[in-house]
Write a protein that binds this ligand. Structure first.
Ligand SMILES: [Zn+2]
Length: 313
């Protein structure tokens, strides 16, 4: 009889779990950051990734189900309000007990300014959610380039932050987080060395990027980016605009124009036509890589592969 009741209890417990999967405790916006978070969590749990595939953080919109999920989370990790502009209002609406961790605000993070003028496209402020003029106090952030994860030194600062934040939520896992963080860091340092060696032969070959997502990477590896084609928001390309962009490619001596899987490549192709430049592909967010602990290092190498394939002469 006792066994019978136990068995029923077990079945009920399984049914209850099946009906309501436990809400994820840890929510992360973009795949490179998710990779670092999952790497630190290891076997202790699973982090939820908000933006999958070719979704771009610059124009993403939260689904109501994702908003609900964040309300039940313990920690939300993101890059910063001028990357994930879609989060600004959502974060304000979250309960106070949800930890909101902006990587951009962490001490020790290298932050670079947005490039404007010359061959760099003007910065489109309306694309960053400030069009309603409701006095968000992030004006000093607007001149900052948000693609901070593409410097591996920044990734290491992020890993340390993640381990600290997760340890506050689950002190019992502190030593596991620490061990995982250390092994992530040595993996990234090894990839960094590999990428440095891969890129050395093409360091001085000039190229144009689709949008200004790579200054952290360029600085780290001493690369020669000479301009951009468009900013985050799509814009209609007039004949005059295309002629200007072609002239820019010629003037800059760019050997390559890099497109991105997040954006239509029509503009890049039209611009490249009638110039000497080749078309390459760079993916700053890991759209075509498998999410998980290995994604970050794979992303560093994937960008290097894309650069070498197009810049090698
Ligand atoms: Zn971007």
């Amino acid at each position: 009889m006792k066994t019978y009741i136990l068995a029923i209890g077990l079945v009920l417990a399984i049914v209850a779990r099946g009906n309501a999967a436990p809400a994820p405790e840890v929510v992360v916006t973009i795949a490179p950051l998710h990779s670092l978070v999952q790497g630190v969590m290891g076997e202790t749990g699973t982090a939820e990734l908000l933006l999958r595939g070719t979704a771009s953080p610059h124009d993403f919109q939260l689904k109501p189900s994702q908003m609900k999920m964040m309300q039940r989370a313990r920690v939300v990790f993101y890059i910063g309000e001028n990357l994930e502009t879609f989060l600004v209002r959502a974060l304000e609406a979250l309960p106070e007990n949800v930890d909101k961790v902006a990587m951009m605000d962490q001490p020790g993070m290298t932050i670079l300014d947005v490039r404007e003028g010359g061959n760099w496209e003007e910065h489109d402020h309306s694309a960053h959610g400030h069009q309603d003029g409701d006095a968000h106090h992030h004006h000093d952030h607007e001149a900052v380039n948000p693609h901070i994860w593409l410097d591996p030194a920044n990734a290491i600062v992020m890993i340390k932050t993640i381990a600290k934040e997760l340890s506050a939520v689950h002190p019992e896992n502190r030593s596991a987080y620490k061990a995982n963080a250390l092994s992530m860091i040595s993996e990234i340092e090894a990839s960094d060395e590999q990428v440095k060696a891969m890129l050395t032969p093409v360091k001085n070959v000039p190229f144009i990027v689709f949008h200004d997502a790579y200054p952290y990477y360029e600085k780290r590896y001493g690369l020669t980016a000479v301009g951009s084609i468009v900013l985050e928001s799509g814009e209609a390309a007039s004949a005059k605009r295309i002629a200007d962009l072609r002239q820019k490619v010629k003037d800059s001596g760019a050997v390559c124009i890099f497109r991105e899987p997040q954006f239509s490549d029509k503009l890049s192709l039209v611009v490249a036509e009638g110039t000497e430049a080749k078309i390459g592909t760079l993916d700053p967010i890991g759209a075509n890589l498998t999410p998980g602990p290995g994604l970050y290092s794979a992303l560093l190498k994937d960008i290097a592969d894309g650069m070498v394939a197009c810049l090698n002469q």
